[in-house]
Design a binder for this molecule. Structure first.
Ligand code: LMR
Length: 394
């Protein structure tokens, strides 16, 4: 049976982890996978997570199953963080999922169940796992232009022009904030124009929000998602706690599906629970429970927000430093976009050959499309990267 299997293509982001590990150079720099690292290169367990874990160990008296949808308190707390009070809770269906990827997968399966022929529109570029899962599920997809290679900003006119071809019932996948891989984001006015288009086309918005709090702050980063949720009758939102709670391996995600009216919510909720049952039965609970404890406890929440803000500001500081350094070295403002981008990533605009030269000659690892993880830098390595960028002729 297994002889029939063909080798699968390696995931380009995850393959970098191994390549970096195997590189014997001591001064190598890892700007690959989207994991936050502090100035010492450590991905720390956040203070509030440590405190919640200790408390959980003391108070948790059973590990019996929760519900198929996960703990309802988790859905309520995280949905509050993302949506505020934008949507009446009676319209919201939700399931806990294994990480943000689990939420994306369940959203896609829900779409296939609800409307088998629906086409999913993806930004070009997008997180490579989006098209990979969509293709795996046999769902049709199309791309809309998003990134302007010249300005390294959003090519909004091109985006809107391409989305004119969206058909009724199609799904448009949007990054809630901190676009992965580019770092270029929509303004609130542009979110408004996208909402107008989706309403006019009678299309379904599907928002992937994995970096809330990493861009302009918790509230600002949710503003686009809230605008869409306030204006569209039906919305899908896949959320991840991996990055903003730093609990990558715990796999805490949430899928929110907003129904057009409270009367339609029970069937939607039932379908989500059904999908959990088919795919893995009960979702993981440990990370979700920590998140719930933090979001519902005033002191833990304040401490979590303070640490998240430190993380956000440190990335902004590194962006500023890198842009300034490149300004000095190139005597131009060509790289100022790095300071304007938001979140963990920026797409540098280097060719695959230049990316390869940075790895070969300077031990600097970034994704082949020249996406770099800003959080992989520190004050000492920023000048090293800047010199390598100039030396490779980017
Ligand atoms: C990334 O884009 O690097 C992260 O979301 C990690 C992953 O799973 O790809």
């Amino acid at each position: 049976m297994f002889d029939a299997l063909k080798p699968q293509p390696a995931d380009k982001i995850l393959a970098l982890i191994q390549a970096f590990k195997e590189d014997p150079r001591r001064d190598k720099i890892d700007l690959g996978v989207g994991v936050y690292k502090d100035a010492t290169g450590l991905t720390p367990v956040m203070r509030a997570i440590k405190a919640a874990e200790k408390r959980l160990w003391e108070v948790e008296d059973s590990k019996t199953y929760t519900t198929l949808a996960g703990d309802p308190a988790y859905a309520a707390a995280l949905s509050g963080l993302i949506l505020g009070d934008t949507v009446e809770t009676g319209r919201i269906a939700a399931i806990a999922t294994p990480g943000g990827t689990g939420a994306i997968r369940q959203a896609l399966e829900l779409i296939r169940l609800a409307r088998p022929g629906a086409k999913i529109w993806l930004s070009n570029p997008t997180w490579p796992n989006h098209p990979s899962i969509i293709r795996f599920l046999g769902i049709e997809m199309a791309e809309y232009r998003y990134f302007d290679a010249a300005t390294r900003g959003v090519d909004f006119d091109a985006m809107l022009a391409d989305l004119e071809a969206v058909a009724e019932g199609d799904v448009v996948l949007l990054h809630g904030c901190c676009h992965n891989p580019t770092g270029a984001n929509l303004t609130l006015a542009q979110w408004g124009a996208v909402a107008d288009l989706l309403i006019r086309k009678n299309a379904l918005p599907f928002i992937d929000i994995a970096y809330q709090g990493f861009g302009d702050g918790l509230e600002a980063d949710a503003a686009g998602t809230r605008l869409i949720a306030a204006r569209l009758p039906e919305v899908l939102i896949a959320a991840s706690c991996s990055k903003n709670f730093g609990i990558y391996r715990e796999r805490a995600g949430l899928l929110l599906a907003i129904a057009s009216g409270a009367a339609k919510q029970p069937v939607l909720q039932g379908n989500l629970a059904f999908l959990n049952r088919q795919n893995y039965s009960f979702p993981p609970d440990h990370g979700a429970r920590l998140v719930t404890m933090i979001l519902t406890d005033e002191a833990l929440r304040a401490d979590w927000q303070a640490e998240l803000e430190e993380v956000r500001l440190s990335m902004l500081g590194l962006r500023r430093q890198l842009a300034d350094e490149l300004r000095r070295l190139t005597n131009s403002d060509r790289f100022d976009f790095i300071a304007h981008h938001r979140g963990m990533f920026s797409r540098l605009g280097a060719s695959p050959e230049q990316v390869e030269a940075m790895r070969r000659d300077h031990g600097i690892y970034m994704v082949g499309d020249s996406r770099l993880n800003i959080a992989g830098l520190n004050a000492a390595t920023v000048p090293v990267l800047a010199r390598a960028i100039v030396a490779t002729g980017v």
